[in-house]
Design a protein around this ligand. Structure first.
Ligand code: GLN
Length: 315
């Protein structure tokens, strides 16, 4: 782990130095250009400079990828990172046409796509490993880590119970559970949920735990969020407890029939998502956290949030 961290640090220092060097030379190029001639030329020079800085950053990323030593990783030393997820969790993972077109969830369900898929692909690129996706039931994912899959990236909330079985990366997204209802529903408080006759959840999720805590007898756990939401639409469920962003995604497909109430209205706690990994691979933990840090630092993270998570909100 020490070795990997050192290598990653060296990589990011090289990136910082490269960026520094090129922006300095750029500045002076722009300045002398501006001094000598017109503003137009100066603008041209700073555009070129921006290009050089981008190239330098790309080269540094590549160098870091080449230098990340995964030979001590029990699971990644084979050059492949198998990623478990459940593809009924838009906008983090859903079946679409492979683009960021959110309407593709229903129009062309051929490929798993979404924020987590893009994120693990970025991590894979930076670590120099091939990424393979394994779509499975959510409630089987923890058990699959270290056996059928090397990691899980599926909007998984970090909690103490799961930490007994897996390592988590540093948090990468803040979330809360919310309550998805049909538009005409009168449910608005925790007390109302106590009186509900059927609360739909995806089995094994934090929403499942919350529902059981409020009204165990009414909790109906199903294998997928798609199923829970379909049951809500056809009147089998009174409510679905689901992560806020995922609730918004389902809402965006049926805005005339559904509404989403925030978890704060039901006193739900905040949660954070992490990438889950086997407990017996500290090299992997260090490498994944290093890649995540770099992805956040260079703006890639924000680009992905904009592309996948904020994408449908604007529609
Ligand atoms: N964040 C929730 C959990 O960890 C739901 C995740 C999911 O269904 N993919 O349980």
């Amino acid at each position: 782990m020490k070795k990997v961290l050192a290598v990653l640090l060296a990589g990011s220092m090289a990136a910082a130095l490269a960026a520094c060097g090129s922006s300095k030379s750029t500045d002076s190029a722009a300045q002398s250009s501006a001094a000598q001639t017109s503003t137009t030329e100066a603008t041209g020079a700073s555009t070129e400079a921006g290009g050089a800085a981008t190239e330098a950053a790309a080269a540094a990323t590549e160098a870091a990828a080449q230098q990340t030593d995964l030979s001590g990783s029990k699971y990644l030393s084979d050059g492949v990172m198998t990623v478990a997820l459940n593809s009924t969790f838009p906008p983090f993972e859903y079946l679409g046409d492979g683009s960021d077109d959110f309407s593709a969830i229903t129009s062309n369900p051929t490929q798993v796509t979404g924020f987590d898929v893009a994120l693990v692909n970025e991590i894979g690129t930076r670590l120099g490993v091939k990424v393979e996706i394994e779509d499975m039931d959510f409630d089987g994912i923890i058990a699959a880590i270290g056996t059928k899959a090397d990691v899980a990236a599926t909007g998984m909330t970090i909690n103490d119970e799961r930490k007994k079985s897996v390592n988590f990366s540093d948090p990468y997204y803040d979330a809360t559970q919310a309550v998805l209802l049909t538009k005409d529903s009168s449910i608005a408080t925790e007390d109302d949920l106590k009186k509900a006759s059927s609360i739909g959840v995806q089995q094994g999720t934090t929403g499942d735990n919350i529902a059981r805590g409020i009204n165990d007898a009414a909790t109906v756990s199903v294998k997928s969020f798609n199923q829970a939401v379909a049951d809500l639409m056809n009147g089998k469920n009174d409510a679905v407890i689901v992560d806020q962003s995922t609730g918004e995604a389902f809402l965006s497909q049926n805005p005339d029939k559904l509404k989403l109430l925030p978890g704060s209205q039901f006193k739900f706690d905040t949660e954070q998502y992490g990438i889950a990994m086997p407990k017996d691979d500290d090299v992997m933990l260090g490498a994944v956290n290093g890649a995540l840090e770099a992805i956040k630092a260079d703006g890639t993270y924000d680009t992905l949030v904009e592309k996948y998570i904020n994408n449908y909100e604007a529609q």
